[in-house]
Write a new protein. Structure first.
Length: 82
């Protein structure tokens, strides 16, 4: 599958940025630990949701994007950059 086909098959464009930002956090939290951080902030997601978002196989809800910008301290634009 070429690069354009991969891009078209993805269900979100922010997943790769979310993964990059998660791994740049202090202590590089695992997907499970990151889901626990989000749960403490009030977003009900588990490790599997994080994995699917980062892999691009699940869309990201607007409420999730809102919380992610808060946790990462970034703008929506930074999450959406390709």
């Amino acid at each position: 599958m070429d690069k354009d086909q991969v891009r078209k098959s993805r269900k979100n464009i922010s997943g790769q940025n979310i993964k990059r930002l998660r791994e740049a956090l202090p202590h590089k939290p695992s997907q499970r630990v990151f889901s626990e951080i989000l749960q403490r902030e009030g977003l009900d997601v588990d490790k599997n949701v994080i994995q699917k978002i980062e892999a691009g196989t699940r869309p990201v809800k607007d409420t999730e994007l809102q919380m992610l910008t808060k946790v990462f301290g970034v703008t929506y634009e930074e999450l959406m950059e390709e």
